[in-house]
Design a protein around this ligand. Sequence first.
Ligand SMILES: [Fe+2]
Length: 248
Amino acid sequence: MSYTELHFHLLPGLDDGPATITDSIELARAAADDGTGTITATPHVMDRLVTDTRSLSGRVAELNAALRSAGVPIDVLCGGELAHPMAFRLSDRELDAIAQGPRGHRWLLLEAPLRGLDASFTAAAQELRGRGFGIVIAHPERAAAAIPEQWPLIASEVAAGCGVQINVWSLAGYYGEAARTFAIRAIRSSPVAVVSSDAHGGKRPPSLRLGLRLLQGLGLSRPEWFTETAPRTLLERGLPAPASAIAA
Ligand SMILES: [Fe+2]
């Protein structure tokens, strides 16, 4: 079994990820060398970067073709890292273009703001749930490290059914001890948790092999769950539909 990335900036020329298709191919090659077989490409979907999510599937197809030509054994899926204000701007179809999972179990990667969460994040999460999308919160440990008092807000979102995506570099201590502590807490306490590289190339390379080693160091009984099984399961089975969507 190979690793599966659910948070990875791989598409060229769109955000703060690789600048060119050559850079994207080299970043994907580094991921393959790290042991990864599938990457969900998650460009920043926010007002100053990607706003037309329906343009992304064509770019993913182009990149997959380029990877085949270059002999890089990586499958790229179409996703996005949704900034919470966009929850109120995008249509259901535009959101669905970056969602994962089968019909009735679709979910979105919702970015936890690095400056911390506030009521607008909660409102966005409620908006997405109300429209039938499950949510995986991207790097909540970094938001909690910014404002530790907000951890209960993240915990309440997890209680409402959100999954969490933890960054390898948080586990490694790259963002400081607070982020590392919250990362470990989220992994131990969340029913749905995955670990991803949030790679951008440059200073933040693919790192799931390192992530697995760090998880092994925590004494978890099935560390590969977070780098292989859980991300693969989220792609194939999705998240359960929010209760509000079932009732609607
Ligand atoms: Fe990211």
